[in-house]
Design a protein around this ligand. Sequence first.
Ligand code: NAD
Length: 267
Amino acid sequence: MSNNLLKGKRGVIFGALDDKSIAWKVAERCVEEGAAITLTNAPVAMRFGEIQKLGEKLNAEVIPADATSLEDLENLFQQSMEALGGKIDFVLHSIGMSLNVRKKKEYTGLNYDWMQKTFDISAISFHKVMQTLWKMEAMNDWGSILALTYIAAQRTFPDYSEMAESKALLESFARSFGYHFGERNKVRVNTISQSPTRTTAGSGVKGFDEFFDYADKMSPLGNASSESCADYCIMLFSDFTRMVTMQNLYHDGGFSSMGMSPKVLEM
Ligand SMILES: NC(=O)c1ccc[n+]([C@@H]2O[C@H](COP(=O)([O-])OP(=O)(O)OC[C@H]3O[C@@H](n4cnc5c(N)ncnc54)[C@H](O)[C@@H]3O)[C@@H](O)[C@H]2O)c1
Protein backbone atom coordinates (compact mmCIF):
# COMPACT_ATOMS: atom_id res chain seq x y z
CA MET A 1 0.00 0.00 0.00
CA SER A 2 1.49 3.33 -1.00
CA ASN A 3 0.67 6.75 0.39
CA ASN A 4 3.43 8.58 -1.48
CA LEU A 5 4.99 9.49 1.88
CA LEU A 6 8.43 9.91 0.31
CA LYS A 7 7.39 11.45 -2.97
CA GLY A 8 10.18 13.61 -4.42
CA LYS A 9 12.72 12.51 -1.80
CA ARG A 10 16.18 11.09 -2.54
CA GLY A 11 17.79 8.44 -0.38
CA VAL A 12 20.85 6.20 0.05
CA ILE A 13 20.33 2.70 1.48
CA PHE A 14 23.29 0.78 2.93
CA GLY A 15 23.26 -2.94 3.69
CA ALA A 16 20.94 -4.87 1.35
CA LEU A 17 22.73 -8.21 1.00
CA ASP A 18 19.87 -10.55 0.07
CA ASP A 19 16.10 -10.56 0.27
CA LYS A 20 16.22 -11.36 3.99
CA SER A 21 18.16 -8.16 4.78
CA ILE A 22 16.23 -5.49 6.64
CA ALA A 23 17.71 -2.91 4.23
CA TRP A 24 16.24 -4.86 1.28
CA LYS A 25 12.71 -4.41 2.64
CA VAL A 26 13.37 -0.76 3.44
CA ALA A 27 14.61 -0.12 -0.11
CA GLU A 28 11.49 -1.72 -1.58
CA ARG A 29 9.17 0.32 0.67
CA CYS A 30 11.04 3.59 -0.06
CA VAL A 31 10.50 3.19 -3.79
CA GLU A 32 6.89 2.11 -3.22
CA GLU A 33 6.40 5.38 -1.30
CA GLY A 34 7.71 7.44 -4.21
CA ALA A 35 11.39 7.98 -3.32
CA ALA A 36 14.34 7.70 -5.70
CA ILE A 37 17.25 5.82 -4.12
CA THR A 38 20.72 4.46 -4.64
CA LEU A 39 21.80 1.15 -3.10
CA THR A 40 25.21 0.44 -1.66
CA ASN A 41 27.13 -2.37 -0.02
CA ALA A 42 30.72 -3.48 0.52
CA PRO A 43 32.44 -4.55 -2.73
CA VAL A 44 32.67 -8.13 -1.40
CA ALA A 45 28.87 -8.26 -0.99
CA MET A 46 28.48 -7.42 -4.69
CA ARG A 47 29.92 -10.81 -5.58
CA PHE A 48 26.75 -12.55 -4.47
CA GLY A 49 24.92 -10.59 -7.16
CA GLU A 50 21.65 -10.27 -5.28
CA ILE A 51 21.85 -6.50 -4.80
CA GLN A 52 22.14 -6.01 -8.57
CA LYS A 53 18.80 -7.76 -8.98
CA LEU A 54 17.25 -5.42 -6.42
CA GLY A 55 18.78 -2.45 -8.25
CA GLU A 56 17.20 -3.55 -11.52
CA LYS A 57 13.85 -4.17 -9.90
CA LEU A 58 13.78 -0.76 -8.20
CA ASN A 59 15.50 1.13 -10.98
CA ALA A 60 18.16 2.13 -8.47
CA GLU A 61 21.85 2.59 -9.17
CA VAL A 62 24.07 0.21 -7.18
CA ILE A 63 27.29 1.86 -5.98
CA PRO A 64 29.89 -0.27 -4.15
CA ALA A 65 31.38 1.29 -1.01
CA ASP A 66 33.21 -0.13 1.96
CA ALA A 67 31.60 1.91 4.74
CA THR A 68 34.93 2.06 6.61
CA SER A 69 36.62 3.86 3.68
CA LEU A 70 36.25 7.65 3.54
CA GLU A 71 37.26 7.63 -0.10
CA ASP A 72 34.53 5.12 -0.98
CA LEU A 73 31.94 7.11 0.97
CA GLU A 74 32.83 10.36 -0.76
CA ASN A 75 32.54 8.68 -4.13
CA LEU A 76 29.23 7.07 -3.10
CA PHE A 77 27.57 10.35 -2.10
CA GLN A 78 28.95 12.20 -5.12
CA GLN A 79 27.66 9.53 -7.49
CA SER A 80 24.36 9.33 -5.63
CA MET A 81 23.73 13.07 -5.95
CA GLU A 82 24.50 12.86 -9.66
CA ALA A 83 22.25 9.83 -10.20
CA LEU A 84 19.38 11.22 -8.12
CA GLY A 85 19.68 14.78 -9.40
CA GLY A 86 20.24 16.64 -6.13
CA LYS A 87 21.11 16.54 -2.45
CA ILE A 88 20.07 13.64 -0.24
CA ASP A 89 16.97 13.59 2.00
CA PHE A 90 17.47 10.33 3.87
CA VAL A 91 20.10 7.70 4.62
CA LEU A 92 19.79 4.22 6.16
CA HIS A 93 22.86 2.69 7.84
CA SER A 94 22.08 -1.03 8.08
CA ILE A 95 25.54 -2.48 8.65
CA GLY A 96 26.83 -4.89 11.25
CA MET A 97 29.55 -7.51 11.49
CA SER A 98 31.61 -8.93 14.36
CA LEU A 99 34.89 -10.65 13.61
CA ASN A 100 35.11 -12.21 17.08
CA VAL A 101 31.57 -13.62 16.81
CA ARG A 102 32.24 -14.88 13.33
CA LYS A 103 35.43 -16.58 14.50
CA LYS A 104 33.64 -17.94 17.59
CA LYS A 105 35.84 -16.21 20.20
CA GLU A 106 34.36 -16.15 23.71
CA TYR A 107 33.67 -12.70 25.23
CA THR A 108 36.32 -13.37 27.89
CA GLY A 109 38.98 -14.09 25.28
CA LEU A 110 38.46 -11.50 22.55
CA ASN A 111 41.05 -10.61 19.96
CA TYR A 112 41.51 -6.82 20.15
CA ASP A 113 42.58 -6.31 16.55
CA TRP A 114 39.34 -7.97 15.48
CA MET A 115 37.41 -5.92 18.04
CA GLN A 116 38.72 -2.70 16.51
CA LYS A 117 37.71 -3.88 13.06
CA THR A 118 34.25 -4.78 14.41
CA PHE A 119 33.84 -1.31 15.89
CA ASP A 120 35.03 0.26 12.64
CA ILE A 121 32.55 -1.69 10.51
CA SER A 122 29.57 -1.69 12.86
CA ALA A 123 29.78 1.71 14.57
CA ILE A 124 32.54 4.09 13.44
CA SER A 125 31.30 3.66 9.87
CA PHE A 126 28.16 5.51 11.00
CA HIS A 127 30.26 8.48 12.10
CA LYS A 128 32.19 8.26 8.82
CA VAL A 129 28.95 8.29 6.83
CA MET A 130 27.71 11.37 8.69
CA GLN A 131 31.04 13.21 8.63
CA THR A 132 31.33 12.64 4.88
CA LEU A 133 27.77 13.89 4.30
CA TRP A 134 28.53 16.87 6.56
CA LYS A 135 31.75 17.88 4.80
CA MET A 136 30.21 17.48 1.34
CA GLU A 137 27.11 19.41 2.47
CA ALA A 138 25.24 16.57 0.82
CA MET A 139 22.12 16.50 3.03
CA ASN A 140 19.03 18.57 2.29
CA ASP A 141 17.64 20.60 5.20
CA TRP A 142 15.06 18.64 7.22
CA GLY A 143 16.58 15.34 6.06
CA SER A 144 16.64 12.15 8.14
CA ILE A 145 19.50 9.77 8.98
CA LEU A 146 18.81 6.36 10.55
CA ALA A 147 20.86 3.42 11.80
CA LEU A 148 19.70 0.02 13.03
CA THR A 149 20.66 -1.16 16.48
CA TYR A 150 19.85 -3.74 19.15
CA ILE A 151 18.86 -3.63 22.85
CA ALA A 152 22.12 -5.39 23.82
CA ALA A 153 23.48 -1.81 23.95
CA GLN A 154 21.47 -1.32 27.19
CA ARG A 155 21.06 -4.84 28.64
CA THR A 156 23.31 -7.88 28.71
CA PHE A 157 22.76 -10.59 26.12
CA PRO A 158 25.93 -12.69 26.53
CA ASP A 159 26.04 -14.26 23.06
CA TYR A 160 25.86 -10.83 21.38
CA SER A 161 29.45 -10.34 22.55
CA GLU A 162 31.34 -7.25 21.31
CA MET A 163 28.38 -6.24 19.15
CA ALA A 164 26.83 -4.91 22.38
CA GLU A 165 29.61 -2.31 22.68
CA SER A 166 29.41 -1.62 18.93
CA LYS A 167 25.73 -0.77 19.27
CA ALA A 168 26.32 1.40 22.36
CA LEU A 169 28.88 3.37 20.34
CA LEU A 170 26.57 3.58 17.32
CA GLU A 171 23.69 4.95 19.43
CA SER A 172 25.99 7.51 21.03
CA PHE A 173 27.17 8.72 17.60
CA ALA A 174 23.51 9.26 16.67
CA ARG A 175 23.03 11.58 19.66
CA SER A 176 26.32 13.44 19.26
CA PHE A 177 26.15 13.97 15.48
CA GLY A 178 22.41 14.58 15.79
CA TYR A 179 23.24 17.74 17.73
CA HIS A 180 25.54 19.14 15.00
CA PHE A 181 23.32 18.14 12.07
CA GLY A 182 20.25 19.52 13.83
CA GLU A 183 21.87 22.88 14.55
CA ARG A 184 23.26 23.35 11.05
CA ASN A 185 20.77 21.65 8.73
CA LYS A 186 17.68 20.67 10.79
CA VAL A 187 18.68 17.12 9.84
CA ARG A 188 17.57 14.49 12.36
CA VAL A 189 19.57 11.44 13.41
CA ASN A 190 18.01 8.44 15.15
CA THR A 191 18.56 4.74 15.76
CA ILE A 192 15.89 2.03 15.57
CA SER A 193 16.33 -0.81 18.05
CA GLN A 194 14.87 -3.77 16.20
CA SER A 195 13.64 -7.20 17.39
CA PRO A 196 15.72 -10.28 16.54
CA THR A 197 15.19 -10.88 12.82
CA ARG A 198 16.16 -13.89 10.68
CA THR A 199 18.87 -12.42 8.42
CA THR A 200 22.48 -13.29 7.62
CA ALA A 201 23.82 -10.97 10.36
CA GLY A 202 21.13 -12.00 12.89
CA SER A 203 21.56 -15.73 12.42
CA GLY A 204 25.32 -15.39 13.01
CA VAL A 205 24.67 -14.97 16.76
CA LYS A 206 25.00 -18.22 18.77
CA GLY A 207 21.65 -19.78 19.77
CA PHE A 208 19.74 -17.36 17.52
CA ASP A 209 16.72 -19.62 16.89
CA GLU A 210 16.03 -20.29 20.59
CA PHE A 211 16.57 -16.64 21.37
CA PHE A 212 14.22 -15.58 18.57
CA ASP A 213 11.45 -17.73 20.12
CA TYR A 214 12.16 -16.38 23.61
CA ALA A 215 11.95 -12.74 22.41
CA ASP A 216 8.80 -13.53 20.46
CA LYS A 217 7.10 -14.85 23.61
CA MET A 218 8.39 -12.00 25.79
CA SER A 219 6.93 -9.37 23.44
CA PRO A 220 3.16 -8.76 23.77
CA LEU A 221 3.00 -8.01 20.03
CA GLY A 222 5.54 -10.69 19.10
CA ASN A 223 8.84 -9.98 17.35
CA ALA A 224 8.73 -7.13 14.85
CA SER A 225 9.35 -8.38 11.31
CA SER A 226 11.72 -6.77 8.83
CA GLU A 227 8.67 -5.62 6.83
CA SER A 228 7.29 -3.73 9.81
CA CYS A 229 10.77 -2.32 10.47
CA ALA A 230 10.70 -1.00 6.90
CA ASP A 231 7.36 0.69 7.62
CA TYR A 232 8.87 2.35 10.70
CA CYS A 233 11.85 3.57 8.65
CA ILE A 234 9.46 5.09 6.10
CA MET A 235 7.73 7.00 8.87
CA LEU A 236 11.07 8.30 10.15
CA PHE A 237 12.16 9.36 6.66
CA SER A 238 8.81 11.08 6.05
CA ASP A 239 7.85 14.65 6.96
CA PHE A 240 5.63 13.35 9.78
CA THR A 241 8.61 12.98 12.14
CA ARG A 242 10.50 16.19 11.52
CA MET A 243 10.96 17.00 15.21
CA VAL A 244 12.20 13.56 16.31
CA THR A 245 15.96 13.48 16.71
CA MET A 246 18.82 12.03 18.80
CA GLN A 247 16.58 9.16 19.92
CA ASN A 248 16.99 5.42 20.22
CA LEU A 249 13.54 4.15 19.22
CA TYR A 250 12.47 0.64 20.18
CA HIS A 251 10.76 -1.33 17.44
CA ASP A 252 10.37 -4.59 19.29
CA GLY A 253 6.72 -5.47 19.96
CA GLY A 254 7.10 -4.29 23.57
CA PHE A 255 10.09 -6.48 24.52
CA SER A 256 12.09 -3.60 26.03
CA SER A 257 9.39 -2.79 28.59
CA MET A 258 8.80 -6.36 29.78
CA GLY A 259 10.12 -7.93 32.98
CA MET A 260 8.66 -11.41 32.81
CA SER A 261 5.96 -13.02 30.70
CA PRO A 262 3.89 -16.07 31.76
CA LYS A 263 4.34 -17.41 28.23
CA VAL A 264 8.08 -17.61 28.82
CA LEU A 265 7.62 -19.40 32.16
CA GLU A 266 5.57 -22.02 30.32
CA MET A 267 8.31 -22.59 27.73
N1 NAD B 1 18.89 -9.40 12.40
C1 NAD B 1 18.71 -9.02 13.63
O1 NAD B 1 18.32 -9.81 14.50
C2 NAD B 1 18.93 -7.57 13.99
C3 NAD B 1 18.34 -7.05 15.17
C4 NAD B 1 18.60 -5.73 15.51
C5 NAD B 1 19.41 -4.95 14.71
N2 NAD B 1 19.97 -5.49 13.58
C6 NAD B 1 20.86 -4.64 12.76
O2 NAD B 1 20.30 -4.45 11.49
C7 NAD B 1 21.35 -4.11 10.58
C8 NAD B 1 21.21 -4.92 9.30
O3 NAD B 1 21.44 -6.27 9.53
P1 NAD B 1 20.54 -7.45 8.94
O4 NAD B 1 20.00 -8.19 10.10
O5 NAD B 1 19.64 -6.95 7.90
O6 NAD B 1 21.65 -8.43 8.31
P2 NAD B 1 22.41 -8.44 6.88
O7 NAD B 1 23.51 -9.44 7.07
O8 NAD B 1 21.46 -8.68 5.79
O9 NAD B 1 23.01 -6.96 6.76
C9 NAD B 1 24.27 -6.57 7.26
C10 NAD B 1 24.93 -5.79 6.13
O10 NAD B 1 26.16 -5.18 6.51
C11 NAD B 1 26.95 -5.13 5.33
N3 NAD B 1 28.35 -4.83 5.60
C12 NAD B 1 29.24 -5.57 6.34
N4 NAD B 1 30.44 -4.97 6.30
C13 NAD B 1 30.33 -3.84 5.56
C14 NAD B 1 31.23 -2.81 5.16
N5 NAD B 1 32.52 -2.82 5.54
N6 NAD B 1 30.76 -1.80 4.38
C15 NAD B 1 29.47 -1.78 3.98
N7 NAD B 1 28.57 -2.72 4.33
C16 NAD B 1 29.00 -3.74 5.10
C17 NAD B 1 26.75 -6.56 4.77
O11 NAD B 1 27.22 -6.72 3.45
C18 NAD B 1 25.25 -6.69 4.91
O12 NAD B 1 24.59 -6.21 3.76
C19 NAD B 1 22.65 -4.34 11.34
O13 NAD B 1 23.11 -3.11 11.88
C20 NAD B 1 22.21 -5.25 12.46
O14 NAD B 1 23.08 -5.21 13.57
C21 NAD B 1 19.73 -6.78 13.20
